[in-house]
Write a protein that binds this ligand. Structure first.
Ligand code: GMT
Length: 381
């Protein structure tokens, strides 16, 4: 199938999922055309079935805000026409679903009927989408998509609860490439960071408020009062400076390393003992899945779709949002020598259920179903 994928190309869960999906589809023989405003971060290898089209965003002195959505819609029209795409799959509703709707209507004028699938990733619904400044457009463009998927059952429910949606929403969870995300032998790295055999905790995120990185630091601070431990913070974002200040106030700077944005996060995860994800909202928690694939148990909040991934008292624990005390107790329990191995084994076993080889066919079947429905409608009319 010739598929167009639209996503945010930067670091971030939805862009990662879209890019990895495109790469896997290309390996399976589909022709995949990425339409984005810059080269997706993980689109880092050559495959004869992969193509990249950059959205041509022209500015003009009159525009205080260059109209990205229009440039994107125009690019979609161009690529669908000239590459003969059979389906458009847009990731993150805002503004990709409404831009795709516009492209679809333009293409209809030339008798091209392109099916559009929208994947809801999380904050496009739970934070930004609910805002009155976007809600009517989000509702409309979800209803006008030919197919809609959500990355967890919780996100599906949340969407139906807060938006007036009459469209079926298919749940297709995030996935992981276990050939890349697996425990690697990086003992030298562990020894360098934890020279005295300290336990190593980690958190990776885009350091937005919703991630509650301050809870990570407080949990870690409590843990290190009981057992020798170190913390690695991977990623960058608006909250990072505040978090550095918090470390200074707590006097934890010597035990915490801010590593910034890392490409090979799996190398860091390979030497970690526990992953912390105390998010206020989290539709799935791809970063936690990446940790689990590297045999790292997870202490997370019970927000959103996290309990669908992190099974309480098996792969780690889920706690109420903001309950630092409970998170600390559970972290110490998991890290205890007599417990840690069973949690590590369970984390890996659970991650295997989300292997790309299990999830890719779900997308392929969904694409075919949407295409077939469209064909049948064409015959009827
Ligand atoms: O986590 C983020 O803030 C980034 C965001 C995105 O869209 O790039 O991630 C969302 O999509 C991921 C992939 O589907 C999910 O694994 C994350 O849980 C989700 N983030 C939130 O819901 C906060």
């Amino acid at each position: 199938m010739k598929i167009g994928i639209v996503c945010y190309p930067t670091f971030g869960g939805s862009g990662v999922v879209a890019t990895e999906l495109g790469k896997a589809l290309a390996k399976n023989g589909h022709k995949v055309h990425f339409i984005t405003y810059s080269q997706p971060t993980r689109l880092d290898f050559f495959n004869e079935n992969l193509f990249y089209h950059e959205v041509d965003l022209r500015s003009y002195p009159l525009f205080q805000y260059p109209p990205y959505e229009l440039a994107l819609a125009s690019k979609m029209v161009d690529v669908v026409k000239h590459e003969g795409l059979e389906l458009l799959h847009v990731h993150y509703a805002i503004p990709h679903a409404s831009a795709a709707y516009m492209a679809k209507q333009i293409l209809k004028e030339t008798n091209i009927n392109i099916p559009v699938i929208t994947t809801l990733h999380g904050t496009d619904i739970t934070l930004v989408g609910k805002d009155p400044s976007y809600e009517p457009v989000v509702t409309f463009s979800i209803n006008k998509s030919d197919g809609v998927t959500a990355v967890s059952e919780d996100l599906r429910k949340d969407t139906l609860e807060h938006f007036d949606i009459y469209k079926h929403i298919e749940v297709i969870p995030n996935f992981i490439d276990l050939d890349r995300f697996k425990k690697q032998k990086k003992d030298h790295f562990k020894t360098a960071i934890c020279p005295h055999g300290e336990k190593l905790l980690a958190h990776t995120s885009n350091f937005r408020k919703v991630k509650r990185v301050e809870d990570v630091i407080h949990v870690f601070n409590n843990v290190r009062k009981k057992i020798p431990a170190k913390l690695l913070l991977v990623g960058d974002g608006p909250e990072r400076i505040k978090m550095e200040k918090l470390c200074r106030e707590l006097g934890t700077c010597d035990d915490i390393r801010f590593l910034g944005k890392l490409e090979a996060v799996e190398e860091v995860l390979s030497v970690c003992d526990l992953f912390l994800m105390p998010s206020e909202k989290e539709s799935f928690g791809l970063a936690a899945l990446e940790a689990m694939a590297c045999e790292v148990p997870v202490i997370s909040s019970n927000a959103g779709g996290l309990p669908e991934l992190n099974i309480d008292n098996l792969t780690g624990f889920t706690c109420n949002v903001g309950d630092v005390k409970d998170m600390t107790e559970k972290a110490l329990f998991v890290l205890a020598d007599e417990n840690i191995q069973r949690f590590k084994d369970a984390a890996l076993a659970r991650a295997k259920e989300f292997d790309i080889t299990n999830i890719l066919p779900m997308y392929e079947r969904f694409y075919q179903k949407i295409k077939d429905t469209q064909e049948q409608e064409k015959i009827k009319n």
